[in-house]
Each structure stands twice: as C-alpha cells, then as structure tokens.
Design a protein. Sequence first.
Length: 168
Amino acid sequence: MFTAAVITLSDKAAAGMRKDESGPAAVKIMQRDKLFDVKETVIIPDNPELLKNILIKMCDEKKYNLVLTTGGTGLSPRDFTPEATMEIADRMVPGIAEYMRAKSMEITPRAMLSRGVAVVRKETLIINLPGSPKAVAENLEAILAALPHGLEIMTGKASDCGHQTAFK
C-alpha cells in the first residue's frame, strides 16, 4: 500500500464559504482499491508560497509516495498550482498530464484549458487535478491503473517496466 495526501486549493473552501467536494472525491477513489493509504488531507487558499511549503514538507519530511492537488489548474488569475508545483520539482512526468487532458477531451473541449502537471520530488509523485469533483474523478480514474507501477519504479520496489496494464 502506498501513502498519499490530498491538497485542495480553494479560497472559498479554506475560508469555510464552500464545502470541499474535490478532495473527498480523490480520497474515495484512491481508497476504493485499497492501494493507497491517505494519511492527510489539507484545504488551503490559493497561495503559491503556502502550497510550495506544504508540498516540500509532504515530500521531504513525511515522504508520502503520492500527493494529489485539486484546483488552481485553470486560467483564473489566482490559478498558480502548476507553477508552484514545477518550482519544487526534481523531474517532470508529462505523460500523466497529457493523458489526463487527452481522456478529458473525449468528454469536454474545455479540458484543453487545464494546465495541471505531474512531477517527481525525491520519491514523491505529485499530480495536479482540476478543481471540480467530476473532473477529479474523470482524471484520476484515467490514470489510476498506471500509478502503482509508476510508484513501484520510482521508489525502487520494482525495476521491470515490461508488464503492460490495461487502461479504460
């Protein structure tokens, strides 16, 4: 089982003006197949420095295998999640974000407006998800089958990439 955390970025949810539904949607999907032990969920305002500090702590100190963010991936002036994520990254994992956008484009042309990224910091995979619960579910479901193998390779628990996993 892999350790995980979910960070929701929303000024309104952080202020208690709106219920966070995106973070719980991600947690529910991750816990469904008992592959992920979600150790922490956080709701923060759209603040790039705060996000960077939390990501660094989750990666460097808590050493979670996977950190998902929800929100802040669009075109709003307060949407900075990808930039903050890239600033603390060691390596990019572009295929994850590319695949999520491609699968989302099958559902809505608005998916092309998502700017989410996926990166590695030390031995933690960080993936930016959109902010709506529906988009979180669609995007996470699209990549879920590949995550365990990617995490095994990243953490050194596996070294063979020859096994193919079927995608939906």
